[in-house]
Ligand binder design. Structure first.
Ligand SMILES: NC(=O)c1ccc[n+]([C@@H]2O[C@H](COP(=O)([O-])OP(=O)(O)OC[C@H]3O[C@@H](n4cnc5c(N)ncnc54)[C@H](O)[C@@H]3O)[C@@H](O)[C@H]2O)c1
Length: 387
């Protein structure tokens, strides 16, 4: 026993990302990013480190920031210790975050790896010559960037639109991590609870399934009648939204859109209800509106738990987790989505950035899904490792 060592979660995650490790080994030989800098705006947490190190194995210079409210200081310290430039603070302040984004773009990276469209939206307003294109991770980013295609006019591959990302991360992993986050924040039970999930896209499907598997009675609300029918045929109840809010002990939003639950819903929220959001932006639950409503007498904050209890004039009270930010990246010891799901998603990221770096795509590929051959390559590699 003379070779024991003390390792961190960053090491645990790095060693668990087998697909990225195999990709990094290949990139060390092929160096697809030699001479290029990649600017990244994606959650700075341990799984991202595995992706960033893979890109660096391919010869990339890196300048990195995170997203609102998800920057983990240990991850920033680790990256800086590796000599990577990081402009990021853990903040919920949009202006502070904006300053970090500006610092990334001031470095004029050749490729951007974006999450939520923060970097590309700014680059659309202030273009620079050497920007080749890049990747966008999320649904919300795709929605934001689509109207900017004429101005962006460069290849941008949307990882979210890969079927692999849809089922591996959005469905299975977000479902599991929203469920895990509910337990982690609250230490409350799920069995026998009534849960309402707003949004029955991939994330909503996984979330609804995980709570059902944990013995909750789950209702689904979606504005799309076809999707609502699917939820109905999947065996979920699909009441009208007012009834769904009234019944909810636990209310989860995962739509990608703003103002899903607002002050107009205050009369319906059940006493003791727990509200949490899994959508990318903290605008699905109007937390600020609740805090300032004349129907609210006060807010109690459990600071360390990141839980706030909103007390109403009529005696009801309800709880909000993580200030309405993505719950699986908020609160005490946020873990995010499972390592395996991110290994897959980030292998797609690495391969898509490789494709853009090699100049294989033109401006017609602006805000398009992952090319099918990349999906097939990544799926085969994962299956080979799993067999
Ligand atoms: N927390 C995470 O780790 C994580 C991971 C991946 C994606 N996301 C985010 O989760 C959100 C949802 O992603 P997705 O892939 O499931 O999106 P999606 O587009 O597949 O599904 C969204 C669903 O919400 C429904 N919807 C829209 N407005 C609604 C409303 N007012 N009321 C009820 N339903 C409504 C839509 O009809 C759709 O069915 C996005 O913001 C995405 O960026 C979060």
């Amino acid at each position: 026993m003379d070779q024991s060592s003390s390792l961190s979660r960053i090491d645990w995650v790095a060693r668990s990302c087998r697909l990225l490790a195999a990709t990094a080994a290949e990139f060390r030989d092929t160096k697809p990013f030699a001479g290029l800098t990649i600017g990244t705006g994606i959650h700075l947490e341990p799984k991202t480190v595995a992706l960033l190190m893979t890109l660096r194995s391919g010869g990339a210079g890196l300048v990195c920031t995170g997203n609102l409210n998800s920057t983990q200081p240990e991850t920033v310290d680790y990256l800086r210790a590796q000599g990577i430039k990081v402009f990021a603070t853990q903040t919920r302040n949009a202006d502070e975050h904006g300053a970090s984004l500006d610092a990334i773009l001031a470095e004029k990276p050749d490729l951007l790896l974006d999450n939520g469209g923060d970097l590309f939206a700014r680059a659309a307003e202030r273009p620079y010559a050497n920007l080749l294109g890049g990747t966008e991770e999320t649904t919300s980013g795709r929605t934001r960037l689509l109207p900017m295609r004429d101005r962006l006019n460069m290849p941008i591959l949307v990882i979210n639109d890969s079927p692999i990302k849809q089922f591996a991360e959005n469905k299975h992993a977000v479902g599991q991590s929203m469920f895990e986050s509910y337990l982690r924040f609250t230490n409350r039970s799920t069995n026998g609870k009534r849960v309402t999930v707003f949004g029955y896209g991939a994330c909503g499907k996984g979330t609804a399934a995980c709570f059902r598997n944990a013995f909750s009675t789950v209702s689904v609300v979606d504005i799309d009648p076809v999707t609502t029918l699917e939820a109905h045929l999947d065996g979920f109840s699909t009441p009208l939204r007012e009834a769904a809010i009234r019944s909810a002990d636990i209310l989860v939003t995962v739509t990608g859109y703003a103002d899903i639950v607002t002050v107009a819903d205050l009369p319906f929220i059940k006493d003791g209800a727990i509200l949490m959001n899994g959508g990318h932006f903290p605008h699905e639950i109007d937390v600020e509106g609740f805090r300032n409503s004349p129907d609210v007498t006060g807010v109690d904050r459990y600071e360390a738990e990141q839980i706030e209890t909103v007390r109403m004039r009529d005696g009801r009270a309800f709880h909000i987790l993580g200030g309405g930010h993505m719950a699986n990246l908020a609160g005490p010891r946020p873990l995010g989505n499972t390592v395996e799901s991110m290994d897959l998603g980030f292998a797609l990221q690495a391969r898509c950035l490789e494709r853009v770096a090699r100049g294989g795509l033109g401006a017609e590929s602006c805000v398009i899904p992952v090319p099918g051959d990349i999906d097939a390559l990544v799926a085969s590699a994962y299956l080979d490792l799993a067999r």
